[in-house]
Design a protein around this ligand. Structure first.
Ligand code: RRO
Length: 315
């Protein structure tokens, strides 16, 4: 029954209560300490850092990000300050205020294991998100599309880390791939959360007037985000929600309005990340999304998220 009372946006992530389900997507507004501080000061209930490598990287040549009428294309190429910078940030973060995820995207298995061991040894409440899906490093395939490599990486990380961690997956487009990946993920008890999806990799946007690609790296090939990817993101969230009932799903992809947040939650997400729209609008977006989500829930008569999370109807 519709009610005018303000809905409660509170949720829980790995047993920790959060004020709302919103956070940034790794890579957006999170490369430098000042950006992460701005997220800490925003209405986002959690924060994730830019994916880090063993050593600092400038990333790919510019232009490497382009806003589009329906989203964005990027080929940033993992520009980051190196993992020690993010460990130092994590050491000074106020975890009572909000959780901090550290995204790790080493360029090899050994690099990943070095970073993971360092994160384990500093013994912070930071949450590890292993990025299996960067589409933009020339000459490097995504582990998320090489199932054997993914399994080996997860086995090594799970053994080395011995604490709950999560993975950031690329989008999949076939039920056979959903099944295979879910089977691999379900083998690892410490794998506690799954973030779906990274950008839709290696798209090509063409400027007709210029007869040209719109970003410089990789002859214009880059990862799509924004409106273009919402249905793919929802499908992946729901596919892994169905197949991995003991894992927590974080939705990412195409979130620009409170309604999009609602759809991710309905598909089975517990937290919802914002990428392209945060890039375009800045950290003030979290207040707007929280307000729009609350308005939609009030209109539908929902008082709490757990009244509808994961309850997508099918026909
Ligand atoms: O830095 C990037 O080019 C990048 C990364 Br690591 C990623 O995971 N996803 C993306 O769209 N861009």
């Amino acid at each position: 029954m519709p009610t005018s009372a303000t809905p409660d946006l509170g949720t829980e992530f790995l047993e920790r209560p959060l004020a709302n389900p919103l956070m940034n997507a790794a890579g957006v507004w999170c490369t430098l300490a000042a950006q992460l501080d701005a997220l800490a000061d925003s209405e986002a209930a959690a924060i994730v850092t830019k994916s880090c490598t063993l050593v600092r990287r400038d990333g790919n040549p510019e232009p490497r990000y382009r806003a589009l009428p329906l989203g964005s294309i990027n080929s940033m190429g993992l520009p980051n300050e190196g993992y020690l910078y993010y460990l130092d940030y994590a050491a000074h973060h106020d975890y009572d205020h909000k959780p901090l995820f550290v995204s790790v995207s080493g360029l090899s298995l050994d690099d990943n294991l070095t970073i993971v061991a360092a994160l384990r040894d500093v013994v912070l409440p930071a949450l590890l998100e292993i990025n299996l899906s960067c589409p933009n490093v020339p000459g490097k395939a995504q582990p998320g599309y090489d199932f054997e490599a993914m399994d080996e990486l997860l086995a090594e990380v799970a053994t080395a880390y011995r604490r709950p961690f999560g993975v950031k997956l690329p989008p999949y487009f076939d039920f056979a791939h959903f099944d295979t990946v879910a089977q691999i993920l379900n083998r690892y008890e410490h794998l506690a959360f799954i973030t779906c999806i990274n950008s839709v990799g290696n798209a090509l946007i063409i400027d007709t007037g210029q007869e040209s690609a719109v970003i410089r790296p990789k002859d214009g090939f880059g990862g799509l985000g924004g409106d273009y990817v919402l249905p793919t993101a929802l499908a992946n969230v729901n596919a892994f929600h169905r197949r991995c009932p003991t894992k927590t799903i974080i939705g990412c992809g195409g979130v620009r309005t409170g309604e999009h947040v609602f759809q991710h939650l309905l598909a089975g997400a517990t937290l919802v990340q914002v990428g392209t729209a945060l890039y375009e609008e800045g950290p003030g977006i979290f207040q707007r999304l929280a307000r729009e989500l609350a308005e939609l829930m009030a209109h539908k008569g929902y008082r709490r998220i757990d009244e509808f999370r994961g309850r997508l109807k099918t026909l």
